[in-house]
Design a protein around this ligand. Sequence first.
Ligand code: GTP
Ligand code: MG
Length: 132
Amino acid sequence: SEKAFVMIKPDGVERGLIGDIVHRFEKKGLKLVRAELKFIDREIAETHYGHLRHKAFFEELVEYITSGPVFAMIVEGTKAVQNSRSIIGPTNPAEAPPGTIRGDFGLDVAANVIHGSDSVDNASREIDLFFK
Ligand code: GTP
Ligand code: MG
């Protein structure tokens, strides 16, 4: 079945949110099939966020994502990409409804707790990038 790449960002790890967030994916019915706590280097960060290279906040984004360990996960299940995005919520926590991960745990778009793949193709690219 479908796989999604999900990553708890350094702020989420630092704040001790791994258990709560993993629990939400499990309650939703998505299966955790692989997970690793790790530092990502600048090269992986720049590749992962390559589509945002032209943005004014790109350097800030790379600094943030490499500032501490992330908790990288592969979750599996029916429409894993769409279902994981729906429990994560919109990019900006200020616009994310209560009940979503970003709505419940975030304040700021620059430190929004978690990443989730936005398409099946990107999920497979991200899984290869982070787990190889
Ligand atoms: P991801 O799941 O992390 O990919 O988020 P997304 O798909 O909801 O949003 P997008 O891919 O457009 O942006 C990637 C990440 O860039 C966001 O999750 C934020 O961490 C960061 N970001 C987006 N907008 C801003 C901004 O205005 N300022 C800063 N500092 N970071 C931003
Ligand atoms: Mg994205």
